[in-house]
Design a protein around this ligand. Structure first.
Ligand SMILES: [Zn+2]
Length: 159
């Protein structure tokens, strides 16, 4: 390979690396902005604990919280009203949760995604951290996320 070709290849490789580095900076800036926007919904004294969790270098620690950030409620329940805050008990649970949690259950009444413990390859709907929605008292289920709206409350049988 001629010296000219070697220099050209080296230049191309350096350029690719600089493009990747800029992409990483942009992605990091976008992620930081997403985290800040999400923290608005967290009670102020718990924001640092959730930020630490979201920004952890340990993927398993960050994953459950990131799952929550990306999809905090069923589509039919969004958007949150101005000034909304997640239920304190749920935020406290997530701040100190073991790594193996996700927000795989969703409230049938209000659409809030509710954390549960889980294990790879095992469905564990009975391991919900909150058997009753900490926001409205509704029932968290896996299926509620995919519903078209709140589940109607069954009518009391008339006597
Ligand atoms: Zn609810």
């Amino acid at each position: 390979m001629s010296l000219d070709k070697r220099i050209k290849k080296l230049g191309e490789r350096t350029h690719r690396k600089s493009v990747a580095a800029r992409f990483d900076e942009r992605a990091a800036a976008e992620w930081a902005a997403q985290v800040e926007a999400f923290l608005v919904y967290i009670p102020a004294d718990l924001r640092d604990a959730i930020r630490v969790r979201l920004e952890s270098d340990d993927y398993e620690i960050a994953e459950g919280a990131a799952d929550w950030l990306f999809s905090p409620a069923a589509r039919w329940a969004l958007p949150f009203p101005k000034g909304y805050q997640f239920p304190r008990a749920m935020v406290e649970w997530i701040a100190t949760a073991p790594a193996e949690f996700n927000c795989g259950n969703c409230c049938e009444g209000c659409g809030l995604r509710v954390p549960r413990l889980w294990e790879w390859g095992k469905a564990a709907p009975d391991r919900s951290a909150f058997p009753v929605c900490p926001q409205c008292g509704g029932k968290p289920t896996y299926e509620a996320y995919y519903a078209k709206g709140p589940k109607p409350v069954p009518e009391e049988p008339r006597s």
